[in-house]
Structure formats: C-alpha cells, structure tokens
Design a protein around this ligand. Sequence first.
Ligand code: UDP
Length: 336
Amino acid sequence: MKTILVAGGAGYIGSHMVALLVEKGYDVVVADNLCTGHKEAVKGAELCVGDVRDRAFLDKVFTEHRIDGVINFAAFSLVGESVTNPLKYYGNNVAGSQSMLETMVQHGVDKIVFSSTAATYGEPEKQPIEETDRTEPTNPYGASKLAIEGMLKWCSQAYGIKYAALRYFNAAGSNTDVGIGEDHHPESHLIPIVLQVALGKRDHVGIFGEDYPTPDGTCVRDYIHVRDLANAHLLALQYLDKGGESGPFNLGSGDGYSVKEIIETARKVTGHPIPAVVEPRRAGDPSVLIAANRKAAEKLGWKPERGLEEIISDAWTWHKGHPEPTMWPSAWRSVR
Ligand code: UDP
C-alpha cells in the first residue's frame, strides 16, 4: 500500500489522519469539498476539491492516482441538525459512501476504513459496549452511519470489498507538532467549551444534568485522543491488507469520565478556575457510554496511548494558539 485516498481529509479527524500518513511516508490524496473542512489543515498531501457524491469527480481522482486504499471521513456529524434535517444526513452521508463504493468497485480498489460512531448503538443495553451489542440509533446521524455499515457488509459479500467500520466514542485533543486541532461553530462539545471558559470566551460551562445514576450524578463518557484514533485507522488499513476479517470496531479508551471530572481535570491542566453551573439535562443524552475496546486490541493491535490529561493538555495548546475562529474561515465538524 502506497497511495491512500482520505475523503474528508480537511476536517478535524481527517486532517489528523493525513498528518499521520504523511509522517509514515505514505502518498496521500485528499478529497474534500471544503464545506466544513479547511484547506490549511491539509499538510503534506495533495488536495482535490470536490464532492464525494459527484461520481465524475471521484472517477477523475481514481483515474489520476493509483489508489491502494480509502479512508472515508466525508460526512455531516451534528446530531441535533440530523434530527431536524434527516434527508441532509442520508443524502450526504449515505449517498456519499455509495458513490465512493461504486467508484472503488469500478477501479478495482478493495479496502476501505470508514468512520462510524458510537451513536450507532443508541441507548446502550450494557456497559462497556461491545460491537455485538444491539444497534438502535436514536438519531438520523447514527442511523445514517449504521445504514452505511450495512451497505459495506453487503458490498463486502458481493464485490469483495474489505472494510473496517470504526465506531468512535468521544474524540478530543489535537496534534501540537503539526498545529492542527478542533474548532466547531457553534461549539457544542464539552472539552472545547470548557477550554473556551478557561480562555475567557465564556463566563461558565453548563453541566447538563446532575441527577444521572452515576457516582457524581453527571454523565460519563469515554474520551479518546484524536491521534490515537488516527493510529487505529492506519492499523485497520494494514489489517485489511493482510487479509483481516471485515467488520465494526469500537475505538474508545475503555475508561469513563464524568462531566465534573472533565472540568476538574481542565482546571488542573489550565490553571484557570473554570466556573460551572448545573443546568437541566440535554435531551437524548445516555447516562454512560464506555467502549469495550478488546476487539480493536486483539485484531488490530491497537492500544490508546494518551490519557485524559494529555487529551485536555493538547486541546488546550491548540485553543490557546487559536483563540479566534478567524484562523479557520468556515466551521469544522468533528466526526463521531
Ligand atoms: N456536556 C455538558 N455541557 C456542555 C456540553 C456537554 O454538560 O456544555 C455534557 C453532555 O451532556 C455529555 C458530555 O458532556 O454528557 C459530552 O458531551 P459532548 O457534546 O462533548 O459529546 P457527546 O457525548 O454528546 O457525543
């Protein structure tokens, strides 16, 4: 494997993937329509600007480059927006992956690593969540990703496509060496919001609910460093190349932290007081989401290397260096 196509490589997780592949000496081609990504975030790779739903565009990319494998991040990923506009999510996420698979089949490319999400599980039946657990998404974002997993399964059977569907838990952090990080507008994720409070851009962080059945009453999530996520994609590609069995893989640390623990760790890392105010629950938040990550460890040889303090510290380095969103002209969307 020499040349890797990264669709959505100008986005948050995609740009970290590109940085890792470039560091490891791969030739990297990025396909991105830049609707939520940033060309400045694509470092050391060729950027082809276009939409993955556009078959002619993809055909040109595959014709001009001898692609050995695909990593597909191209998607919309706002849960709330997906509920009010489900067709946008099916239209972009599902149709984009269909177009990518059609082009792969046409050009004889047989390996794809796909960014899926813990949102495919919906309300979990137990903790930690295993890949074989029930998948019943509670929003169209998760449903669109699960639909793509189904498409991958059938394409694997019919056309011999090999795939790994990587179900992310809570991605955070940045790559301080390369100078890329996370920035959404408007921001809705906990760690960036907490750091905006530390920077003085917000007065306080709202804690969404203190009456959950957890040790301190606040929601527990599994936070995973974006660089560890990127590593898992590369391992998955190599696993498929060696003939590994296709399927879904959880990407989480296996450890859960409550909202209050996140705020406390951020206070320690930043040295700022970070005022917090308890607010009502946010609709649709399960109390606990923790990944069982044994499958990724056993099959891919993946082990997360960075803990919560490093996640928050790297995110803090990024946020301090980019206090104003003008660094990035349009919105970033993390893919989960
Ligand atoms: N959260 C919070 N205040 C905020 C943003 C998030 O209390 O301003 C909580 C949210 O309810 C959830 C956790 O932090 O329990 C992580 O939320 P985030 O949006 O970062 O990720 P999600 O788990 O929804 O993918």
